[in-house]
Design a protein around this ligand. Structure first.
Ligand SMILES: [Zn+2]
Ligand SMILES: [Zn+2]
Length: 215
């Protein structure tokens, strides 16, 4: 399994988002093992097996961070009973309401099983040395996590030039503004919610900007 600094990259199966396990044991934070996104919840055995490969059991995960409220990123939250759940405040409501159209579970013909939110994130919060950036466009409360080198970007952008859908609770103008922000960062490793994680993140951000007509 690929490891970038203290982050293990777990490829999503089928419709699942990628998951990123942050080993935070070197810090004095109360959270030792943080899982960013949990997939649709249809690949429990796979996700557990991937974590076991790193030497981590489901009960070791003490914090789940969701990059946004979509079903393919939050559906597996209930796999981690000891974990608190953190999501940006603007996406919290859609996660807490299983019937909300904004969590798009209906698109997956399913329903979110774990709907509690323990921590409502805001711009500027910090998780394991990564700063929370609110990057709306795909959803209002979409976040990226950034430490000056790594950008975990959810469905805001993807490798090789791509942006998340804007027709399921997003907004193209917000997306443009978010891309303008990301363009000014110095990103070596881009870790998106789907598809490959890549080096030379800046180049991939530029490609996504070009797609949206931003130079
Ligand atoms: Zn997604
Ligand atoms: Zn999404």
């Amino acid at each position: 399994m690929e490891q970038i600094k203290n982050i293990y990259c777990i490829e999503g199966l089928m419709a699942d988002s990628n998951s990123y396990l942050i080993d935070n044991t070197d810090s004095d934070s109360e959270y030792n093992y943080i899982l960013v996104d949990t997939g649709t919840g249809e690949s429990k055995g796979y996700l557990y097996a991937q974590l076991e490969e790193i030497g981590i059991k489901k009960d070791d995960i003490d914090l789940v961070v969701n990059t946004h409220c979509h079903y393919d990123h939050v559906g597996g939250n209930d796999f981690f009973p000891n974990a608190k759940v953190a999501v940006h405040k603007d996406d919290a409501k859609s996660l807490m309401d299983p019937d909300s159209a904004y969590n798009v579970s209906a698109l997956f013909d399913s329903k979110i099983r774990r709907c509690d939110v323990d921590i409502e994130l805001e711009e500027g919060d910090e998780i394991a040395g990564l700063k929370v950036l609110n990057t709306p466009g795909h959803t209002h409360g979409g976040i990226c996590l950034y430490d000056g080198e790594v950008l975990i970007c959810g469905d805001t952008i993807f490798a090789n030039g791509g942006v998340g859908r804007m027709d399921i609770g997003g907004d193209p103008n917000d997306m443009k503004a978010s891309l303008m922000r990301l363009k000014d960062l110095d990103v070596e490793y881009l870790l998106p919610g789907h598809g490959p994680w890549v080096k030379n993140g800046n180049e991939h951000i530029k490609m996504s900007c070009m797609m949206m007509g931003i130079r």
